[in-house]
Design a protein around this ligand. Structure first.
Ligand code: NAD
Length: 519
């Protein structure tokens, strides 16, 4: 079964399986256990970012198709929510096994549709796989609480029960990891799901639901619809959808939070970021510079936890020339080429936006110390490539600092003390991630205490917690009150029911009705 799906996905025309059409390169819907060709009248061309050739066309699902997906999930909930927790756990055991066996196939699809390097794409899968592995411990995670004897002959139990139909809306930058943050946790808790992957790279999500079905998931427990704004509005408004998980930009996140909440749904939104790395002069220079370069330029800077702002404290600024040396050695190439350190950015529009932000920095007084705007990649002249770029003398008012660039651009700033760095970071509206590089424990401790950011690294440039914890971005990077995955993820996808029961011996009978509150 593990190998069933292998080799079906790649052929000369691109990536195909049951989730792609055989005759025309279109991405299918997945409704009630069937891969369905959409009857959409509008389609979105999906381009390989390294060549800009069309890989597949993604439908803007029709209203009927979206309604069918929710109806299938609603119907499946009746039996899925009543399956034993061990059955749901077994599904996750099988699923993690199949994902592991097909990691390279998934990575190839990610590189084709999203552009990142193959090795990085495997990391994308791995970080999602870890959430599936964590879901296998649902038998502990979903335990409720119990307190016997809260009054005479009376006990209270609390249960974490599923919500019903839940929905996910995902961004382009982690096509496997982010869907895997969402539907496995929802499903293992007994919910059913409708997911709308990014219209820019839905392939990995399609492969994942196909794998889940091969593992024995009943029809209707997970459904995939495609599209952009209309499908998002549908999810926000549909009365049968109880909760929405969103990951993506600020603009979409704020909109979805407001519109979904207005319709009484539980909503969690992980949004944009501006992550600062603070470099103390006592840091280990070699390690710090390597980590900065990896965290700023890896995945062409298209990570919400990319370290995009380097804040040099005091004499640490003398290391900037060495930083440039390392950054310019990185190889820009198509993601499937073995020597690629960073691949293209997602689209020509995204590339243009990055170039404009770099230019705005220059116009507003920053210095371009490394300029990757004209990078040439032989054999891939039509790709959306931007080489590593470093801006210096950046000030907090500049647009290249206030905006999330989401490209391979590192802005550097200089301050005198760690307290200055903390003030700078705490004044920034975002709170996704930050890191300090130092060899002094007291400095590190003070930083972790004073900083108002949800995920902090000490000599760790991208401090994304493993799934036994939760992804805890804060302030402008998050809306909602329950984070993704880990214990918080279980709380998001369950509601608490408390049952208080009294069982008396048969001869203990009340003689009179109790009309006042018990005291
Ligand atoms: P995006 O907001 O453009 O798209 C995300 C999803 O929202 C897509 O499915 C898209 O169809 C939908 N969408 C887009 N614009 C919309 C709108 N105006 N109204 C309603 N729906 C809309 O995001 P993206 O460009 O795909 O992803 C990059 C962004 O995601 C970055 O800002 C990045 O920081 C953020 N991100 C955050 C995290 C995190 O955990 N904080 C993780 C990954 C990515």
């Amino acid at each position: 079964r593990v190998h069933l799906v292998q080799n079906q996905w790649i052929n000369a025309a691109g990536v195909r399986s049951r989730c792609y059409s055989v005759n025309a390169p279109t991405t299918k819907l997945f409704i009630n256990g069937q891969f369905v060709e959409s009857k959409a009248t509008e389609w979105i061309d999906l381009h390989n970012p390294a060549t800009n050739e069309v890989v597949t066309r993604v439908p803007k699902s029709t209203q009927t198709e979206m309604e069918d997906a929710v109806a299938a999930a609603k119907d499946a909930f009746k039996s899925w929510s009543k399956t034993s927790i061990l059955t749901r756990q077994q599904l996750m055991f099988k699923f993690q096994n199949v994902i592991k066996a097909n990691m390279k196939e998934l990575a190839k699809n990610i590189t084709l549709e999203q552009g990142k390097t193959l090795m990085d794409a495997e990391g994308d899968v791995l970080r999602g796989l870890q959430v599936v592995e964590h879901c296998c411990s649902v038998t502990s995670l979903q335990l409720g609480e119990t307190l016997p004897g809260i009054a005479k002959d009376m006990d209270t139990h609390s249960y974490k029960i599923p919500l019903g139909v839940c929905a996910g809306i995902t961004p382009f930058n982690f096509p496997a990891m982010i869907p895997l943050w969402m539907f496995p946790m929802a499903l293992v808790c007994g919910n059913t799901y409708v997911i709308k992957p990014s219209e820019r790279d839905p392939g990995a999500c399609m492969m994942l639901v196909e794998m889940l079905q091969d593992c024995g998931a009943p029809k209707g427990v997970v459904n995939v619809i495609h599209g952009s704004h209309d499908s998002v509005n549908f999810i926000c408004d549909n009365p049968d959808i109880r909760a929405i998980s969103f990951v993506g930009s600020d603009q979409a996140g704020k909109y979805i939070y407001e519109r979904g909440s207005k319709h009484g749904k539980r909503v969690q939104c992980n949004m944009g970021a501006k992550n600062h790395g603070v470099i103390m002069p006592d840091a280990n220079k070699e390690n710090t510079l390597n980590q900065l370069v990896g965290a700023a330029f890896g995945a062409a800077g298209q990570r919400c936890m990319a370290l995009t702002t380097a804040v040099f404290v005091g004499d640490a600024k003398k290391w900037i020339p060495d930083l440039i040396d390392r950054a310019q050695k990185l190889k820009v190439n198509a993601g499937h080429e073995p020597d690629a350190d960073l691949g293209p950015v997602i689209s020509p529009q995204s590339k243009q936006r990055i170039l404009d932000l770099v230019e705005s920095g220059k116009q507003q007084g920053a210095k371009i110390l490394l300029d990757g705007r004209d990078v040439k990649v032989p054999g891939y002249e039509k790709g959306n490539f931007v080489g590593p770029t470093i801006l210096a003398d950046v000030k907090p008012s500049m647009t290249c600092y206030t905006e999330e660039i989401f490209g391979p651009v590192l802005v550097t700033m200089e301050v005198d003390t760690m307290d200055d760095a903390v003030n700078l970071i705490n004044s920034n509206p975002y709170g996704n991630g930050t890191a300090i590089f130092t060899t002094n424990g007291a400095t590190a401790r003070k930083f972790t205490q004073d900083i108002d950011v949800g995920q902090v690294g000490v000599n760790v440039p991208i401090p994304v917690p493993l799934p036994m914890f939760s992804f805890t971005g804060s302030r402008g990077s998050f809306m909602g009150d329950t984070n993704f995955y880990g214990k918080a993820g279980v709380n998001f996808y369950t509601q608490t029911k408390t049952v208080t029961q009294m069982w008396r011996e048969q001869d203990a009978t009340d003689t009179k009705a109790a009309v006042s509150m018990p005291v």
